[in-house]
Design a protein around this ligand. Structure first.
Ligand code: ATP
Ligand code: MG
Length: 276
């Protein structure tokens, strides 16, 4: 079908890329290599999950990609714009227009309503608000009846859906999400992941998402694993079981298999295991 042909052509296009990225923190004997020559391309209309142990460089990679942190060397491109050599003013413009960021801690303004939070980035940058798109997004995230509520009057899942709607509002080229379901229970996680996945499928949104949760990662089209600042696995459309297997193989102790069993139980309980 022609629609498929078009989406395949678009999907082959790289939206964001890192090339030979390095980042160290500290000096002398206290030096930490957070990113060790990382090169990766992110394609339009795909959802990529980034997994890996604590301290493996996941957040550092996201921050460098989004222009929130500066690499020591290497190049970051977003829509063919060289993020790694932009001035602060250029970075601000890029982040407002091309990049959405979703944090684990939601980062909503407590004194503003859900609607005001969603529209804030556009208000700040004095951009025109597309009401039809706003209504549509609110409809998709299921927040119609919560728009006048403040964050404290919303559940964690609802707050994160506000943050997702805020990230989608400017139709960014790419959304970076750092453990977007890290503070959510499994039901709310399912809602947020379902929304992110639908934005990929319906609007060709590009999403790069850090997660520790194999269930969350199984929503993705691709799963990258980082260890010690390097990409050690790059899996295309892995199943939940394939993702589990990577971590089971890496760990030799019994805690890994316990985690695996727990996760498998969760998966069957959730009834959400069949994303593909
Ligand atoms: N501002 C900083 N100053 C010093 N070291 C830092 C800083 N930020 C990160 N690091 C170090 O860089 C390494 C990578 O950190 P990063 O936050 O990217 O890990 P992560 O994979 O996101 O971990 P987590 O899963 O715990 O969030 C860690 O060893 C961390 O301690
Ligand atoms: Mg992190």
């Amino acid at each position: 079908m022609s629609e498929t042909a078009v989406s395949n052509t678009v999907a082959a296009h790289t939206v964001a890329s890192a090339s030979d990225l390095t980042k160290t923190y500290g000096t002398h004997d206290a030096i930490v290599t957070a990113l060790d020559h990382v090169s990766v391309n992110f394609e339009r209309g795909k959802m990529t999950a980034i997994m890996g142990p604590s301290g493996s460089g996941k957040s550092t990679l996201m921050h460098c990609m989004a222009g929130l942190d500066t690499p020591d060397s290497g190049t970051v491109l977003v829509e063919n714009l060289k993020v790694s050599s932009m001035t602060q003013k250029q970075l601000t413009k890029l982040r407002r227009e091309q990049i959405g960021f979703i944090f684990q801690s939601f980062n909503l303004i407590p004194t503003l309503s859900a609607e005001e939070n969603i529209l804030l980035p556009l208000e700040i940058s004095k951009r025109k608000i597309d009401r039809d798109w706003f209504n549509h997004i609110v409809d998709v995230v299921g927040l119609q009846s919560r728009l006048t509520h403040r964050p404290s009057q919303l559940s964690g899942g609802q707050q994160q859906r506000v943050a997702c709607a805020r990230a989608m509002m400017s139709r960014p080229s790419v959304i970076f999400a750092d453990e977007p379901t890290g503070n959510l229970d499994s039901k709310s996680s399912g809602e947020v992941l379902g929304f992110l996945k639908s934005s990929v499928q319906r609007y060709n949104q590009t999403i790069v998402m850090v997660t520790h949760d194999p269930r969350a990662a199984s929503y993705a089209d691709r799963v990258l694993v980082l260890a010690d600042g390097r990409i050690t696995n790059d899996m295309k459309e892995p199943s939940y079981e394939e993702i589990l297997a990577v971590f089971a193989n890496e760990g030799s102790d019994s805690s890994q298999s316990t985690q695996k069993d727990d996760a498998a139980d969760d998966a069957s309980a959730m009834q959400k295991g069949s994303h593909r």
